[in-house]
Ligand binder design. Structure first.
Ligand code: AMP
Length: 221
């Protein structure tokens, strides 16, 4: 158990490692905002504007959205007053350039990353999680065809809408996302390890067990 309070926490891990679920839980417990980069970009990608269409073309192929667009979006969020007490951010940084960008942005406000949590899960497990994932486009409920199936085939239990698969959860795009993780994001493990702030969590298990480990590593008072 850490004595000091980690206020600024970054989550890294392959797609399907459960980062967002865990970030949401930690954010609620520590009463700090959760910034989910993938969700912000997916929202933008639904907008029929030149920027929205550009972002969509990267997200749909499982490629990283270019630096300049991401910087603007992160900067906007981090400047908002609710982020002053700290935050948990998942999906950012995703490469060394973004990690340095985040450090610079924080340094301007005399802040720094307190902890980086790596959600470690083998490819076999993340592939199974992502390929079975289904979402309700109306109410946002999330299902898994094997582990959390809806009562009626591919229909939302809550609102009856037909469930959808995220475009980037298709097998060929999953492969591209995993490649991006291995090539671009994995070097962050050493970046944060060298700073002595890396926490490694076995993310191959169920969400409750993962959160139990996370809580024993992070203390928010
Ligand atoms: P995620 O839901 O975190 O898997 O993110 C979905 C997609 O959003 C990724 O495959 C990228 O196309 C894009 N994305 C998310 N975070 C970033 C980031 N930090 N930099 C660039 N692109 C990102």
């Amino acid at each position: 158990m850490r004595d000091e309070v980690p206020l600024i926490v970054v989550f890294i891990g392959p797609p399907g490692s459960g980062k967002s679920t865990q970030a949401e839980l930690l954010s609620r417990q520590c009463r700090i905002p959760h910034l989910e980069m993938g969700e912000i970009l997916r929202d933008w990608a639904t907008q029929d504007t030149p920027l929205g269409r550009q972002i969509k073309s990267y997200v749909d192929r499982g490629l990283l959205v270019p630096e300049s667009m991401v910087r603007q979006l992160v900067e906007q969020r981090l400047r908002s007053p609710e982020f002053r007490r700290g935050f948990v951010i998942d999906g950012f940084p995703r490469n060394l350039a973004q990690a340095r960008m985040l450090d610079e942005m924080l340094a301007e406000a005399y802040q720094k990353v307190d902890a980086a949590v790596l959600f470690d899960a083998p490819e076999r497990i993340v592939l199974e999680r992502l390929s079975g994932r289904r979402l309700c486009p109306r109410c946002g409920a999330s299902y898994h065809l094997k582990y959390a199936p809806p009562v009626h085939d591919e229909v939302c239990d809550r609102c009856g809408e037909k469930l959808r698969q995220r475009v980037d959860d298709r097998p060929e795009v999953i492969r591209s996302r995993l490649r991006v993780f291995a090539q671009e994001t994995a070097p962050l493990i050493e970046y944060y390890r060298a700073q002595g702030i890396l926490h490694r969590i076995d993310a191959s298990r169920g969400a409750e067990q993962i959160y139990a480990d996370l809580k024993s590593e992070m203390s928010c008072g």
